[in-house]
Design a protein around this ligand. Structure first.
Ligand code: S3P
Length: 171
């Protein structure tokens, strides 16, 4: 591992890519602090993400997300998991790549779908055809995630431990 961990490693990628689970396990393994932007937003608002979307709208959520990321990325030597839309905003990408190291957890569409299909925690997937919505979001976002400093592909049914190994090999 190089000295990349002197900065904060910021996990980006689609819903269901495993950013929170891998991030938490990675931080445990490396004995560094773990932070999750979605959790921080929920804690500060004392509401769940679906509730925030419903009550205040997506634009409000995105503004809170930018503030939280700009603040948390300043913590050196930690792991920060972000929500799937965070890397889409240019100002977030700028702040993440200036102060941290961005790492894209890249999982295939089918894997993502298998992981999110039975969950109700993603307001963006509350559509008539969530499978198609996920696919559209995936296609639109992949070129943006590809701007991350580092990329770790995940195989279907890969364990969290194995993903953590691969992330550590990449860092
Ligand atoms: C979002 C992903 C979610 C959460 C919000 C919006 C997105 O986080 O931030 O529902 O735009 O992809 P996860 O990627 O952890 O599901």
């Amino acid at each position: 591992m190089t000295n990349r961990l002197k900065k904060t490693v910021v996990l980006v990628g689609m819903m269901g890519a495993g950013k929170s689970a891998v991030g938490r396990a990675l931080a445990d393994r490396l004995h560094v602090p773990f932070m999750d932007s979605d959790e921080e937003i929920e804690r500060a608002a004392a509401m769940s993400i679906p509730e925030i979307f419903e009550r205040d709208g997506e634009a409000f959520f995105r503004a809170r997300e930018s503030e939280v990321i700009a603040r948390l990325v300043q913590t050196n030597g930690a792991i920060l998991s972000t929500g799937g839309g965070a890397f889409l905003q240019e100002r977030n990408r700028e702040v993440i790549t200036t102060s941290g190291v961005s790492l894209w957890l890249d999982a295939e569409l089918q894997t993502l779908w298998n992981r999110v299909r039975h969950k109700t925690t993603r307001p963006l997937l509350r559509t008539k055809n969530p499978r198609k919505t996920l696919e559209d979001i995936y296609n639109a976002r992949v070129p943006v995630y590809a701007k991350a400093d580092l990329r770790v592909p995940s195989e279907p049914r890969q364990s969290i431990d194995r993903m953590v190994d691969k992330v550590i090999e990449t860092l």
